[in-house]
Design a protein around this ligand. Structure first.
Ligand code: ATP
Length: 307
C-alpha cells in the first residue's frame, strides 16, 4: 500500500518521559486523518515532527514516499497550522496571506484573494487581523496554510476555542477542500464527536502510543453495537431472551436491557416477548458514541497519566 504520509516507530523523549512512543501512522492520499487523544497524549509532538518543526529521538517518517532529507523543494506541498498560525495582527487578511505567499515565492497578487475566497474571508477589507474573531483567525491561518497548493494540510486542534458556528464553518471548509481539491488532511482534536463528523480515518493516541488506527467505516460498524430494549418486566424478558438463545446481554439499573449480538432480530424479540405476555415499551439499535468507544479502548479518564 502506498501512503502519502507514514511514520515508523517514531519516538520523542523529553528527559525520561516518552512524549511519543514508537508511533506508526499510515495516511493515504485523500484521507481526512483524525488524530485523537486527550491533552498531553502526544498529538502536537507528532504533528510538529511530521511538519518538520521538531526532530524525533528515533524512528522515521516519510512524506510522498520520501524521507525528510529528500524533501527539499517539496515543503510547500505541506500546509501547516500547528500552534500559533503566525498571523500579524496589524496586517489585513490579504496582507497576511500575501506575506506568506511571498515567503513561498508566489508573487501573483491574485493568489491571496483566491485563498481568502476559499476560506470565506473575502469580505474583511481593511480590518486588521488582530480584530478578527477566533474563528476568522483560524480560517485566516488555514488560508495561509493553503498557500502553495499543498497536497497535505496539517491542522493542530483547529476548532479549539471556537463557538458552534465557527466549528461548523471550519468543518465544512475541511470537507469542501478535501472533496473539491483532493487535499489530504491530518487533524488533531480531543473533541472526539466533532472529529467523527469529518474524519475518514482515525488514529487513537494515548500516553504517547498509538492505540488503534481505524477507518470511519470500521468504527461505525464497531459502534453500531447493541439493541436497547425496555419492557414492563425485565426479569421475565431475560428468561425469554435466554430461551431465544441470547447470552450476550446486560440488564442496566434503569431497567434497559442491552443486547450485544444478533442485532437483526429486533422483530423476533418483540414478537416473542408479546407471545410470553411481556410488553415492549422501547426497542432500538443504539450506536455507541465515539467518546464511549474511546473510553472503552483507553480506559476511564482516557488513560491519561497527565490528566
Ligand atoms: P495538548 O492537546 O494538551 O496539546 P498533546 O496531545 O498535543 O496535548 P503534546 O503537546 O504532544 O500533547 O505533549 C505530549 C507530552 O510531552 C506531554 O506530557 C507534554 O508535557 C510533553 N512535552 C511536550 N513538549 C515538551 C517540551 N518541549 N519539553 C518537555 N516536555 C514536553
Amino acid at each position: 500500500m502506498d501512503y502519502i504520509l507514514s511514520t515508523n516507530n517514531l519516538t520523542k523523549r523529553y528527559g525520561k518521559q516518552n512524549a511519543l512512543d514508537n508511533v506508526s501512522i499510515h495516511i493515504k492520499k485523500g484521507d481526512i486523518y483524525g488524530l485523537i487523544g486527550k491533552n498531553g497524549a502526544g498529538k502536537t509532538t507528532l504533528l510538529r515532527i511530521i511538519s518538520g518543526l521538531a526532530d524525533a529521538t528515533s524512528g522515521e517518517y516519510s512524506v510522498f514516499g520520501r524521507n525528510p532529507q529528500e524533501m527539499k523543494g517539496l515543503q510547500s506541498r505541506i500546509g501547516v497550522l500547528v500552534e500559533n498560525p503566525g498571523i500579524y495582527p496589524d496586517m489585513t487578511a490579504y496582507q497576511n496571506v500575501r506575506t506568506k505567499c511571498l515567503a513561498l515565492g508566489i508573487r501573483d497578487k491574485n493568489v491571496p484573494n483566491e485563498l481568502l475566497k476559499l476560506v470565506n474571508l473575502s469580505y474583511t477589507g481593511k480590518k486588521p487581523a488582530g480584530k478578527f474573531s477566533l474563528g476568522m483567525r483560524q480560517r485566516l491561518g488555514m488560508a495561509m496554510a493553503l498557500a502553495g497548493n499543498p497536497d497535505i494540510v496539517i491542522l493542530d486542534e483547529p476548532i479549539n476555542g471556537l463557538d458552534p458556528e465557527g466549528i461548523i464553518e471550519v468543518r465544512e471548509m475541511i470537507i469542501k477542500l478535501n472533496h473539491e481539491l483532493g487535499i489530504t488532511f491530518i487533524i488533531s482534536s480531543h473533541i472526539l464527536e466533532e472529529l467523527s463528523k469529518t474524519a475518514t480515518v482515525f488514529g487513537i493516541i494515548n500516553n504517547g502510543a498509538m492505540v488503534e488506527e481505524i477507518t470511519a467505516e470500521k468504527l461505525a460498524e464497531k459502534c453500531e453495537s447493541r439493541i436497547e430494549l425496555m419492557t414492563d418486566d425485565a426479569a421475565k424478558a431475560c428468561t425469554v431472551l435466554e430461551e431465544m438463545g441470547f447470552t450476550n446481554y446486560k440488564v442496566l439499573e434503569n431497567g434497559f436491557i442491552n443486547i450485544y449480538e444478533q442485532l437483526e432480530r429486533t422483530g423476533d424479540i418483540t414478537m416473542e416477548l408479546a407471545l410470553k405476555g411481556v410488553r415492549t415499551t422501547h426497542i432500538s439499535i443504539a450506536n455507541k458514541s465515539l467518546e464511549e468507544y474511546y473510553v472503552e479502548l483507553v480506559g476511564g479518564n482516557g488513560g491519561n497519566k497527565n490528566a
